[in-house]
Design a protein around this ligand. Structure first.
Ligand SMILES: Nc1nc2c(ncn2[C@@H]2O[C@H](COP(=O)(O)OP(=O)(O)OP(=O)(O)O)[C@@H](O)[C@H]2O)c(=O)[nH]1
Length: 192
């Protein structure tokens, strides 16, 4: 039987962008908590420790503690909150580089079901905005040199398990940091 490998994935992003919901057994209220998911990657077993963090600025100092010994960081944004994608480049990637330089990053678009939501379109339209598109997310992923660009909808249960599996896959190829190419399109997962 394959030996288990332990890896740590930290999930960050703006408050309310949908970071908690992608967790299959999520009923969370704490600043950050973690749980372990056993993920099979090829012939290996990864014990992936997922750390959820709070996106609000009030928790900036506390959140910095969760980066310790992380193998992979997933930055989330929500397609109905264009500023949450802007903040990926103006806040989140800088924080990652500060607290765990060199760690691999996955960019994940959350709440993708809301691209089709009329109320969301109307609300954003009033501010001359529109839901973030796939190409806009992908362009940011390339600029921040993310290892993957993923899209998911926890509401429709689309891409959630894939996000966890890709996290494990990328973590397997990376050493612990903090305290320490080619383009393939397969559904909504792009390897950068
Ligand atoms: N339509 C839709 N709503 C979602 C989805 N995922 C989460 N939500 C809703 O978005 C809101 C915020 O989700 P959370 O997962 O709590 O957001 P968060 O990023 O963890 O927020 P913080 O803990 O404040 O950092 C909740 O009301 C969820 O029900 C989704 O895929 N689609």
């Amino acid at each position: 039987m394959a030996r288990k490998v332990q890896k740590k994935l930290v999930v960050i992003g703006d408050g309310g962008c949908g970071k908690v919901r992608p967790r299959p057994r999520a009923e969370l209220t704490a600043v950050f908590e973690n749980y372990v998911e056993l993920v099979a990657v090829d012939d290996r077993q990864v014990e992936l420790s997922l750390w959820d963090t709070a996106g609000q600025e009030d928790f900036d100092r506390l959140r910095s503690l969760s980066y310790e010994s992380s193998n992979i960081v997933m930055i989330c944004f929500s397609v109905d909150m264009p500023t949450s994608l802007e903040n990926v480049e103006t806040k989140w990637i800088d924080e990652v580089r500060q607290f765990c330089p060199g760690v691999k990053v996955i960019l994940t678009a959350c709440k993708c079901d809301l691209r089709e939501d009329e109320q969301v379109a109307e609300k954003l339209g009033q501010r001359s905005q529109r839901p973030t598109s796939y190409d806009e997310g992908l362009a940011v992923a390339k600029r921040i040199k993310a290892s993957r660009y993923l899209e998911c909808s926890a509401k429709e249960n689309r891409g959630v398990q894939e996000a966890i599996e890709e996290g494990a896959r990328v973590a397997l190829g990376s050493r612990a940091r903090g305290g320490g190419g080619s383009l393939r399109r397969s559904s909504r997962c792009v390897i950068l």
